[in-house]
Design a protein. Structure first.
Length: 310
């Protein structure tokens, strides 16, 4: 892969660039696998970063994303609008158009978005909007505005992706359950993995999924959630072992409502930048059978993002 650049913007101090020498995974992905959570950043000289952004990344172009897709063995991507681009979805649309049928997108829109803009996004391959509640990433948006957006996108067959911290689930519960579409939770609702997997915090999230069959979860971001870090256990190629029990509970209990993605280019990591090949080798630890792997990587994302092919 080519090296990261900055596109004329000054990166946030301490920014970690994505890793340009990912290893080849040992785990061979099932044919047709989808990387269902990744981003493009810029390049800044073509698609500038939003004035209201909370961080300035290094560029992560569509060509670099597609090179990683091919290197790891994925067939398709779901590209999620990152907060550093605000509600300007041009970099996302550009990536979707270049990928043709091999990518779908999740956009950010504001109240007042026109029907024509929603149609333009749909034609490009957008199939969802993202509501972000992580305070270090976005300013507050009133919930009535978000519900209005959810009602606007529902007739298009789109869904809502939500990103929040585990401690905020009680306060957000009623809002999430009022959303009239499928709701996809980013990164398992960001559990604190130092707590027991059967402790009250994660039990609340499991109950949330149990009680609401329209709720899905991405079993993503071990590198973001892990305290143990990217270290092999007993010489085995198993990183982020402390996240495995959490993801495995969801994969086994909600086999038809889980998605997996790399989260490339891994914005805002502080301790290390993951080797994406090693991240792929995390998958068989959380989805130990070929059947679970196929549902997680192929059947579920295809049903949500390419239903016309199912
Ligand atoms: C992620 C996680 C993060 C950032 C964003 O849109 C974003 O800026 O999603 C984060 O910093 O936790 O999913 O990429």
């Amino acid at each position: 892969m080519s090296k990261p650049t900055t596109g004329g913007f000054e990166k946030t101090p301490g920014w970690l660039d994505w890793y340009d020498g990912p290893s080849k995974p040992q785990f061979v992905l099932p044919a047709g696998s989808v990387d269902a959570h990744c981003h493009v950043f810029g390049p800044g000289h073509t698609f500038g970063y939003a004035p209201e952004r909370k961080y300035t990344p290094c560029d992560a172009s569509k060509a670099q994303l597609f090179a990683l897709r091919d290197h790891l063995g994925f067939a398709r991507n779901v590209v999620v609008q990152a907060t550093c681009h605000g509600d300007n979805n041009d970099a996302l649309v550009d990536a979707l158009q270049a990928a043709r049928e091999a990518a779908r997108g999740v956009a950010t829109v504001r109240r007042g978005v026109s029907d024509a803009e929603l149609q333009r996004l749909h034609a490009a391959g957008v199939r969802g909007v993202r509501f972000n509640f992580v305070k270090r990433l976005v300013d507050f948006t009133p919930k009535d505005e978000l519900l209005e957006i959810a009602q606007r996108i529902a007739p298009l067959g789109w869904h809502v992706v939500v990103y929040f911290e585990a401690v905020d689930l009680p306060e957000l519960w009623d809002f999430f359950t009022a959303i009239p579409t499928t709701v996809v939770v980013d990164h398992m609702g960001r559990p604190d993995v130092t707590q027991p997997v059967d402790g009250p915090e994660f039990a609340r999230f499991v109950r949330f999924m149990d009680e609401h069959p329209n709720v899905w979860s991405k079993v993503t971001c071990p590198e973001r959630l892990s305290v143990a870090g990217p270290f092999a256990l007993n010489g085995q190629r198993q990183a982020y072992a402390d996240v495995v029990p959490f993801a495995r509970v969801l994969v086994e209990r909600f086999a038809d409502r889980v998605l997996w993605g790399t989260d490339w280019p891994h914005p805002n990591l502080k301790s290390h930048m993951p080797d994406d090949g090693l991240l792929v080798d995390f998958i068989p630890h959380i989805a130990p059978t070929a059947d679970l792997q196929r549902r997680l990587l192929v059947d579920n994302p295809m049903r949500l993002y390419w239903p016309e092919e199912c």
